[in-house]
Design a protein. Structure first.
Length: 142
């Protein structure tokens, strides 16, 4: 999907790799969507001074954070994302997909009939799938 880099955090340190790729500058922005405390901390550490962290992931419980080092002294902006603009973003995405400017097909690893919903969830939970598209009941999944 034309990414500049792909970092597998199970094999390499996110912050170290980001700093290598950016010449020590860090990222302009981070979108954290897992709610993982480690991902939030790594995302903050990988941000440049004055960067922006957008949070959509929901942590299961409160967690500690080095506010001085990761937020205050870096002068970053934290933006919480809620669903109030959900329909606007649906329309924006519909326009992007319809225009051909965004091709998401490389991210789709499986297309399955709705009847195989449980199998789709198992694939996702096992890490054997990226994005799964479920087609309506009775329709061909090709």
């Amino acid at each position: 999907m034309n990414a500049d880099a792909v970092i597998d955090v199970s094999r390499e340190n996110l912050v170290t790799r980001v700093m290598e790729l950016t010449g020590g500058r860090g990222l302009d922005g981070v979108l954290e969507m897992s709610g993982s405390p480690a991902a939030v901390r790594d995302g903050l550490a990988a941000l440049r001074n004055g960067g922006r962290l957008s949070l959509l992931g929901l942590p299961r419980e409160p967690f500690d954070l080095d506010w001085n080092r990761l937020v205050i002294f870096k002068g970053i902006t934290i933006h919480g994302i809620i669903g109030r603009l959900m329909y606007d973003t649906w329309y924006q995405m519909d326009n992007l997909l319809g225009s051909g400017r965004l091709d998401i097909r490389p991210a789709i690893t499986h297309v399955m009939p709705m009847e195989k919903f449980e199998s789709a969830i198992e694939l996702l939970q096992s890490g054997q799938a990226g994005k799964v598209v479920l087609v309506p009941w009775g329709q061909d999944a090709t």
